[in-house]
Each structure stands twice: as structure tokens, then as C-alpha cells.
Write a protein that binds this ligand. Structure first.
Ligand code: CTP
Ligand code: CA
Length: 227
């Protein structure tokens, strides 16, 4: 048992994975959210754990069970997710940010339920901090940092721009063009771009298989760092 465990490729490595949506409170009973299920991030946490890594999963609100032997830290808002990810970042060798973080959050949370009045309601929003870009700015040479990109047009140029801007080793582009890919389902179709601009297109697969493909890249990247 011990011998087997010591032979896993990510043994002794620490991983941080973010997953799921964030919920941004409007008033005590309402929030702004999105349709992320968290399935992709949970599958990545599970794949990295299976390869021997100690995994911390920073999770927004989801309906999913915690993968076996993964440390889960629950958060609600983008701000809470930033704080949690910043805490675990420095000691992590592998960082995968797959959460669907809100880009904007209400400037103020109404202290009481907002009452129905006029025909229109405006809620003023402010930009959230980009967690991935914040971590990218602090990344060291021994860390593997991976982000996701969700695009509906100009997919490759937009994803490449995010990879550069956020200082990532890889970006996983979710293709929304394909049926069977995306937020809620159990399958995904991804394209992965690395720092050199090399592009790998993958077939439509289960999220578990996509997670294994991503984990394989991570193992290879960590191996080049440590050689
Ligand atoms: N992300 C993040 N913090 C945010 C927004 C996004 O860490 N406040 C991360 C996501 O977890 C993902 C990556 O940034 O790994 C890309 O998210 P995406 O929404 O595709 O890109 P944005 O940079 O937010 O740009 P836009 O929504 O305008 O395309
Ligand atoms: Ca966004």
C-alpha cells in the first residue's frame, strides 16, 4: 500500500482547484449567479487526487458530493473565493481555476428585501477582482497555473489573450459551439493552449476524461519543472 502510494506521479505535490459558480448577494433573499454546475472542477480535483496530489477544492455553491480524500473549502461570493484561493496559492504546486466567477457584484447589498415598486429596477454593479490574474501575477517558476476560458466568438484569439494576460501555463477553452459541451452536462469538448501557443484539440468526452487529459498535462509540466 505505502509503496504503491509513493509511486504516484503527483505524490508530495499540493494542488488548489476552484470550481462552481459564485453567488453575489443583492439583498437578504436574492443573488446574481450563473449556470456552472462545478462538475468540471470537481472532476479535476478528483483526477489530481488519484494521481497522488493533496488537493484543496475551493468550491462555490454546488449540488455535488466532495470527491474522496479531497479537502473542500466552501465559499459563496467572488470576494470569498479570492480570499480562500490567495490563502492556499503560495503553498500549491498546481493551481487550476475552473470556477465561473462573477465578473460584477452589487456595489451595495440591500439590508432588507428590495420591495417591488416601479416597472424597472436598476442594480448598480462593480467589477470583481480577477482571481486568476491576481494569482498569475504572483506565480513562481515551480508552479503550474491553469485557467479556463468560456467564449462564444473569436474563441482562440480571446483564449490566447487570457493565457498571456493572466500569465498561465495552459488555458482550457470550453467550446460552446458544440452540443454536449459546457456548464451543466456530463461531457465537454475542450481545446488546450500552452504558453508557446501550441494548440491541442480534444474530442467530445466525459468531464472525467477531460479532467484526466488535463491531469496528464499537469504531470508532464511538473516533471519538466523538477528535472
Ligand atoms: N476568473 C477569475 N476571477 C474572475 C473572473 C474569472 O479567476 N473574477 C477566471 C476563471 O476561473 C477562468 C478564467 O478567469 O479560469 C477565465 O474566465 P472567463 O469568464 O472566461 O474570462 P474573463 O477574464 O472573466 O473575461 P470575459 O468574461 O470578459 O470573457
Ligand atoms: Ca468572466
Amino acid at each position: 500500500q505505502l509503496f504503491f502510494h509513493a509511486s504516484l506521479p503527483l505524490n508530495g505535490k499540493k494542488a488548489l482547484v476552484s470550481a462552481g459558480p459564485t453567488h453575489e448577494a443583492i439583498d437578504p433573499v436574492r443573488f446574481i449567479g450563473n449556470h456552472s454546475s462545478g462538475k468540471m472542477g470537481y472532476a479535476i480535483a478528483s483526477a489530481l487526487q488519484s494521481l497522488g496530489a493533496s488537493v484543496t477544492l475551493v468550491s462555490g455553491p454546488t449540488q455535488l458530493p466532495t470527491p474522496p480524500n479531497v479537502d473542500r473549502y466552501d465559499v459563496t461570493s467572488a470576494q470569498e473565493m479570492l480570499t480562500a484561493c490567495s490563502t492556499y496559492f503560495e503553498t500549491s504546486d498546481i493551481i487550476v481555476m475552473s470556477a465561473a466567477v462573477a465578473d460584477y457584484t452589487p456595489i451595495e447589498i440591500a439590508s432588507q428585501k428590495i420591495k417591488k415598486k416601479d416597472t424597472h429596477l436598476e442594480i448598480a454593479l462593480k467589477k470583481t477582482t480577477d482571481i486568476l490574474a491576481t494569482l498569475g501575477a504572483k506565480k513562481t517558476a515551480k508552479q503550474t497555473l491553469i485557467g479556463f476560458a468560456l467564449e462564444t466568438e473569436n474563441e482562440l484569439p480571446y483564449a490566447q489573450d487570457k493565457l498571456k494576460r493572466k500569465n498561465l501555463d495552459y488555458i482550457v477553452l470550453n467550446s460552446m459551439q458544440d452540443k454536449g459541451a459546457g456548464f451543466a452536462g456530463d461531457t465537454n469538448k475542450v481545446t488546450i493552449i500552452d504558453r508557446k501557443g501550441e494548440i491541442q484539440q480534444f474530442e467530445l468526452k466525459s468531464k472525467k476524461e477531460v479532467a484526466e487529459d488535463i491531469a496528464t498535462l499537469i504531470v508532464a509540466h511538473q516533471a519538466t519543472i523538477n528535472s
